[in-house]
Design a protein around this ligand. Sequence first.
Ligand code: PMP
Length: 426
Amino acid sequence: MTDRPKSERLFERAVKVIPGGVNSPVRAFAAVGGHPPFIERGQGAELFDCDGRRYLDFCGSWGPLILGHAHPEILDAINRTAARGTSFGAPTALEVELAELVVNKVGPVEKVRFVSSGTEAVMSAIRLARGFTGRDKIIKFNGCYHGHTDYLLVKAGSGLATFGTPSSAGVPEDFARLTLVADLDDEKSVDRYFNQYGDEIAGVVIEPIPANNGLLLQRRDFLAYLRQVTERHGALLIFDEVISGFRVGWGGAAGVFEIVPDLMTFGKVIGGGMPVGAFGGRADIMEKLAPLGPVYQAGTLSGNPVAMAAGLTTLHLLDKEDAFRKLETLGAHFEVALENCLAGQRCRVVRHGSIVWLVFQDEPPRRADHIQSSAIDRYNRMHRDILDHGVYLPPSGYEVMFVSLAHTVEMLDHAAQVIGDAAKRG
Ligand code: PMP
């Protein structure tokens, strides 16, 4: 590829010193072919690569950038906070402010703890569920991704789906043994485990809006059933809202579906583009954490002031901008525009609010094994063409697009046109 010479040279250097040239496997262009453009800067809904190319961005750093790139108020908060010191390893007011905001806005969260990534948030929530219940087994779902913790890297979607590996090497079978994998949209597959192991199951963890293996929208009934079955068996229900938290509404998917989980996990939007994760829920459960209780959990940079400032400013802006109503309007506009531009193609536009997935098959799937490989292949084949026409989509057909408040209807119409034209070419 000679049309991005600087990116190519950087990639050549990168692969010599970084495995695969990337610091997270989903950034590689393995599934879609070619090499990734190296990004120099972002502004609003646009990305600019080091070769001077400009892209309309629908990846949004994989979800965090709900207000777009380089939002001036967020940058200002980051700069002002950093000028006073970047880390203290001692409490700051910013942590309290963000925690109060989360507790006020998210019904099921009575107490919250901040960490530095979504992976850490879910790992800690599960340790807490195990410590609280005194049980070891957990149930997860085929196609739900919860970060790269050993026992959660089983049938996990995201990069694992893209690279066709059901589980990671290096995960001892003894760890994976404690993870029971059920199917989405299938009460019986969950029932079976509870019938067999009811009093050994610490919790059920699910992305209530599964968005890491396509967008597998669930029936509310199914999620309500998970609430009932966990309650009946003394297990905890954990909603992993690393993507959906502060993206689909103040209360996340729990608020949308009016289901109260015991614990919730957050990441992405809550950090405003800085490394933040969080987990929270019922006070009696959260109080089992050290220093109050026996469940240990810690982090040198947890609640980092610069990251807290970015998250806090992001959530304040979402409030001020009436964000979730606007994002729904933009998402609905994009859905219609895509449907129009893809008319006559074997394609469905699956959407919840500002989370959008294109799947090139007749029926939108509700579970991972109902995605046809031909649907993914079709997307992957079109990706480079779309990129070369200035629209940056996530580099795998299993990944979703994110609309931000920086997108305008004109941008959405333009992107839909580019995607539709690429589909006509093949
Ligand atoms: N849970 C979910 C639902 C996610 O989407 C992700 C990341 N895509 C994670 C957990 C892990 O978060 P992180 O990459 O910040 O560790």
